[in-house]
Design a protein around this ligand. Structure first.
Ligand SMILES: CC[C@H](C(=O)O)C(=O)SCCNC(=O)CCNC(=O)[C@H](O)C(C)(C)COP(=O)(O)OP(=O)(O)OC[C@H]1O[C@@H](n2cnc3c(N)ncnc32)[C@H](O)[C@@H]1OP(=O)(O)O
Ligand SMILES: [Co+2]
Length: 134
């Protein structure tokens, strides 16, 4: 069911500083900040030859990553995103297996304009998983 690794997301306490590190010290191709108010984050994508890095910074008072940054003030790996062909079928299979699909269970449109959903980290070895339909 899960396919390619679409991105690895890193929550950062200072978006500009993280962008400068990736473009400067790491010499990577860093995109422009993208506000995603429906998700409570500002994202920056860094294109790599085989996947992407997604820098995450809180947007608004209700950001779902605020708690993560409170616990990890220097930042940290926040989630991994796997691609799936059929997100509804994936959600049904995962729910059937006893995994928790976060939110109201319905996919939202993510940063790439595709449906995404999230699985509770406690159900997957402490790893927050995002699925993106491609
Ligand atoms: C524009 C979309 C973009 C895209 O790629 O398209 C995105 O990726 S948007 C990314 C931001 N959105 C989300 O992360 C939505 C899903 N996340 C959530 O609903 C919450 O973050 C949640 C429920 C995973 C955690 O919320 P919160 O931290 O407020 O709750 P708790 O403190 O109760 O956490 C419960 C438990 O989980 C541990 N935790 C929290 N976040 C993570 C994490 N990223 N990775 C691993 N573990 C995590 C937290 O420490 C708690 O553990 P405990 O042992 O009980 O203390
Ligand atoms: Co993501």
């Amino acid at each position: 069911m899960i396919g390619r690794l679409n991105h690895v997301a890193i929550a950062v306490p200072d978006l500009e500083a993280a962008m400068a590190q990736y473009s400067g010290a790491l010499g990577a191709n860093v995109g422009a900040p993208q506000d995603e108010p429906d998700h409570g984050v500002t994202v920056v994508f860094i294109e790599l030859p085989n996947t992407k890095i997604e820098l995450l910074y809180p947007l608004g008072d209700e950001s779902p990553i605020r708690g993560f940054l409170d616990k990890n003030p220097a930042g940290g790996i926040h989630h991994v995103c796997y691609e799936v062909e059929d997100i509804a079928a994936a959600a049904a299979r995962l729910t059937e297996s006893g995994a928790r699909v976060l939110g109201n269970g319905a996919p939202k449109i993510g940063a790439h304009g595709k449906p995404v959903l999230f699985l509770h980290p406690k159900d997957f070895n402490g790893c927050l998983i995002e699925l993106e339909e491609v």
